[in-house]
Design a protein. Structure first.
Length: 276
């Protein structure tokens, strides 16, 4: 999730106090994963420990799809940074669990699902530096670990919201990614911060600067017609920067917003993205 969709305004003190703790959020995510027998795997990826969720006894497969989580609980209010970005509702994990076929894994973002220690996980890694070079390098290393675990040689990367930027930036530096799929994706954070009139993500790389590296990939970008965080115009603006004839597919889903109704409709959308 991004800034505007990752916090619930605390209009009342009692509501703020009711926010689930990081441990409670991690327990809820574990319980969600366990509905299909998935288990957590912690991957050391300096300077972070990244948490993945995998199916039981992952089968060897030549083609692996990896899902990347959004920004999580990055903000408590519009001005108060969260002390821990573990998501309350990991939509990217729900997407991974809903994938109808094929080998699949899920990867959390830095500082999610682990204790956000001040030394290793300063809050800049879920605010201004959420797409920093070291974040992308650590994610790239974790992908290598997952790829070996499945015996895969080809990859599809699927990113939700801020996870879309991570997926795109990683895809731009690898040679084994054949398909990039995003859902409500922040693919040009400079355009996004300008649109919302918020501070630039000064410490972050921008997927919009990697067009040449992304051109060879099959790309499908889904966005909700009612999404006022990542608007259809922002996603289309990213696609329009590619040369005519090489532009990614953009699908605007009527009735969808930043969170609804991606997981519920994902089997249909997933199959659509695989057709091209």
């Amino acid at each position: 999730m991004l800034r505007f969709s990752s916090w619930l305004p605390c209009f009342f003190l009692a509501a703020c106090m009711a926010l689930p703790s990081p441990a409670e959020r991690r327990h809820a995510v574990d319980a969600l994963a366990q509905t299909q027998g998935w288990r957590a795997l912690t991957i050391p990826a300096e300077p972070f420990d990244l948490v993945a969720y995998l199916p039981p006894a992952p089968a060897q497969a030549s083609w692996l799809t990896i899902y990347f989580e959004g920004d999580g609980l990055a903000w408590i209010t519009s001005t108060q940074v969260s002390p821990d970005p573990t998501p309350r509702d990991p939509l990217a994990l729900r997407l991974a669990l809903a994938q109808p076929e094929g080998a699949v894994a899920y990867l959390g973002r830095p500082c999610q699902y682990v204790h956000a220690e001040a030394g290793r996980c300063p809050s800049r890694y879920w605010t201004s530096d959420r797409f920093a070079p070291e974040v992308i390098a650590a994610t790239d290393h974790a992908i290598d670990v997952l790829k070996r675990r499945f015996g895969a040689s080809r990859l599809t990367l699927v990113g939700y919201s801020g996870g879309a930027a991570v997926a795109a930036l990683v895809a731009a530096r690898r040679t084994d990614v054949e398909r990039l799929v995003t859902i409500a994706g922040n693919l040009d954070h400079q355009a996004w911060t300008t649109y919302h009139r918020v501070a630039p993500l000064a410490g972050s790389l921008n997927p919009a600067d990697q067009l040449e590296a992304l051109r060879p990939l099959s790309q499908w970008h889904f966005v909700g017609a009612r999404d006022d965080n990542i608007t259809p115009a922002l996603v289309q603006g990213f696609a329009d920067r590619f040369p005519a004839g090489q532009r990614p597919v953009v699908r605007i889903e009527p009735g969808f917003d930043h969170r609804c109704c991606w997981a519920e409709q994902w089997p249909r959308l997933w199959r659509e993205s695989q057709a091209g």
